[in-house]
Design a protein. Structure first.
Length: 365
């Protein structure tokens, strides 16, 4: 264990009324953005308890106080609605000052209880997990469907403004700040071809044809903790990007992750595509929980949401690659380029299967 990390975690712990003293920690490496630690506290000679300590990435979240304000609002709004058997929503502990965050060494930290007997999946074949993930995210939207949006801050402006994301990409293309453009000409041609299609949902919102919702905005199914034994969804996590958004984007981002036949950063593109069985199971779960409050126009555009959000994320990965890998954490050279190419291949397969995707949505709506 790193001595400086231990000192920092102990200092964070001192701001809370936590039982026991720090015994050990493990750094969690799955997330792209924040620094997360699973911390073991020794209460006495026979008892130990685990917590999650997390440092907020201020390069991504410029105003972490607003992020934590949103999370508190979500918790206060949903707590009375969640039953014992319901899928919970992560809650961060209050420190001795009554805040759900703590500043240590100039960084913003938060602490939550470790959810026991839980697992988060990066890739699954089990249809029960896919249904559970769909239901959990649909239920999340349903729980927040009556939360006044003016109570929430926009933590990342234009986060799912697909038109702006593509505009940003082409601005970076024009600058080519570190000389990587020559290796991505084919990828740039893809975005030029589908630039107009990618603006469809944003245009519908501007026309008032689909409404803003309180949305999660990062609906990968590894942001749901599930019971290891029953595969029941236990808790929705990673709430940093919860803010006003489109239901189709939440649905689509989940499909992009859950129904991909490969991992998000697969380099063998021959194995990348949309698994229609996975797509159907997630869709069934999501709409079972959410169809009663969604409008017909929203439902009609769910499948398109999957295509648009996949194009958007591909553009973000490619833009970050061209800009020197400043946003998404990378674990190997050209990691963001690999991610971008994988998402482009997935979007291409979705475009081929689009009508079939729409039929499945209609089946469960």
């Amino acid at each position: 264990m790193d001595i400086q990390t231990i000192r920092t975690l102990k200092e964070v712990s001192d701001h809370y009324d936590l039982p026991g003293s720090l015994k050990a920690y493990t750094q969690c490496v799955n997330g792209h953005i924040n620094d997360t630690y699973r911390v073991l506290l020794r209460i006495d000679n026979t008892t130990e308890e685990e917590f999650i300590f997390q440092r907020i990435n201020e390069y991504v979240f410029k105003e972490p106080v607003k992020v934590m304000h949103n999370i508190r609002e979500i918790s206060l709004h949903t707590r009375p609605k969640i039953s014992r058997d319901d899928c919970d929503i992560i809650t961060f502990l209050e420190n001795r000052d009554g805040k759900n965050y703590t500043v240590v060494e100039g960084s913003y930290w938060r602490v939550c209880c470790y959810v026991k007997n839980s697992v988060a999946y990066d890739y699954v074949e089990n249809s029960k997990v896919l249904y559970s993930a769909g239901y959990a995210f649909g239920r999340f939207q349903q729980l927040l469907s009556d939360l006044p949006m003016e109570r929430l801050y926009e933590t990342i402006p234009d986060f799912h403004n697909t038109k702006k994301r593509l505009d940003d990409l082409f601005e970076i293309v024009a600058l080519d700040p570190i000389g990587r453009l020559r290796e991505v000409r084919e990828e740039i041609a893809f975005f030029e071809r589908y630039r107009e299609l990618a603006s469809t949902l944003g245009n519908l919102l501007k026309k008032g044809e689909i409404p803003l919702r309180v949305t999660h905005n990062d609906t990968k199914y590894n942001n749901i903790l599930m019971d290891k034994d029953t595969l029941k969804p236990l808790c929705v996590i990673d709430l940093d990007t919860v803010m006003p958004g489109l239901a189709a984007y939440d649905f689509g981002d989940a499909i992009r992750f859950a129904a991909n036949t490969a991992m998000e950063d697969e380099t063998d593109l021959s194995g990348v595509g949309l698994n229609m069985e996975h797509y159907e199971e997630f869709t069934r779960g999501f709409l079972t929980a959410s169809r009663d409050f969604l409008t017909g126009k929203e439902v009609d555009n769910m499948a398109l949401g999957a295509i648009v959000i996949t194009i958007e994320l591909a553009s973000r990965f490619l833009a970050d690659h061209l800009n020197g890998d400043k946003y998404f954490r990378i674990h190997r050279p050209n990691h963001n380029l690999d991610r971008a190419r994988c998402q482009i291949k997935l979007a291409q397969d979705m475009l081929i299967k689009y009508e079939e995707m729409r039929k499945i949505v209609r089946k469960y709506s």
